[in-house]
Design a protein around this ligand. Structure first.
Ligand code: URA
Length: 252
């Protein structure tokens, strides 16, 4: 078996690998190679355009090993007031919350949460996995916690189970509504609820409550498929998925 097949990878230029890992730009790599600071399998490299299979070799920069990987998977607890986009002319984006070391991977949010919605957002550069999670055919369940203005009751749970008609005439798929608590706030009835939907129409949760004459005042996503929002993760912070989380996302 060739090295290439053994590693399951393909050959890439060394300077491209180093820029992908956020180690150096391509021109910096060239300089570093000239200075003898980069080694492949223990030998100083002479050409930054050297083609190697990153998974099959040991790359060192200034004596420290650089571990190559193609994809990154980040679990973010999205705060309010940032948009689920990679760039925006007016607002801060979820990408602005990441550390510089992740930017070279060019991660993007898997789906969107509204600007005023908090909670679980997956960011990755793995387009295939993102596509599968977002595919309408996969019916990936997403659970939200919300504060709703109005007294949510069993008739709303029944309506959501049957499906409600949104303002554009779309009929929603069966959804599970749990009423957690009902109380008065400033003399008006409010409800804390948990809602699980298996689709992702624009502003879906807010529009479902509008369809039953109520208003979402606060919205937070707490799960997506097998992923749960980590209670250790403060609003605005993120971490990489664990191996177990990644395996469960892939259905392994
Ligand atoms: N439903 C909404 O209305 N907003 C979100 O951000 C997510 C689901």
């Amino acid at each position: 078996m060739t090295n290439e097949r053994a590693a399951g990878g393909k050959k890439l230029r060394l300077d491209k690998i180093l820029s992908h890992m956020g180690v150096a730009t391509r021109s910096e790599s060239k300089k570093m190679v000239k200075q003898g600071r980069i080694k492949v399998d223990g030998k100083p490299v002479k050409d930054s355009g050297l083609q190697v299979i990153p998974e099959a070799v040991t790359i060192e920069v200034d004596g420290a090993e650089v571990r190559y990987r193609e994809f990154v998977y980040l679990l973010l607890n999205k705060p309010q007031d940032v948009v689920s986009a990679t760039e925006d002319r007016r607002d801060r984006t979820v990408i602005d919350l990441l550390d510089a070391e992740y930017l070279a991977f060019e991660p993007f949010p898997v789906g969107r949460l509204d600007k005023d919605t908090e909670g679980l957002l997956l960011l990755t550069n793995d387009g295939k996995l993102a596509h599968e999670l977002l595919s309408p055919r996969k019916h990936v369940p997403k659970t939200y916690e919300a504060v709703v203005s109005g007294a949510v009751d069993d008739s709303d749970a029944e309506a959501f189970k049957r499906g409600v008609e949104l303002d554009d005439g779309y009929r929603t798929m069966p959804a599970k509504l749990e009423i957690v608590r009902r109380y008065d706030r400033e003399g008006l009835p409010h409800s804390d609820i948990r809602l699980t939907i298996t689709e992702g129409k624009f502003h879906q949760v807010k529009r479902m409550f509008e369809a039953v004459g109520k208003k979402v005042m606060f919205l937070k996503r707490i799960s997506m498929g097998p992923l749960r929002l980590d209670p250790e993760l403060d609003t605005g912070s993120f971490r990489e998925l664990t191996e177990a989380e990644l395996r469960s996302l892939r259905g392994e």
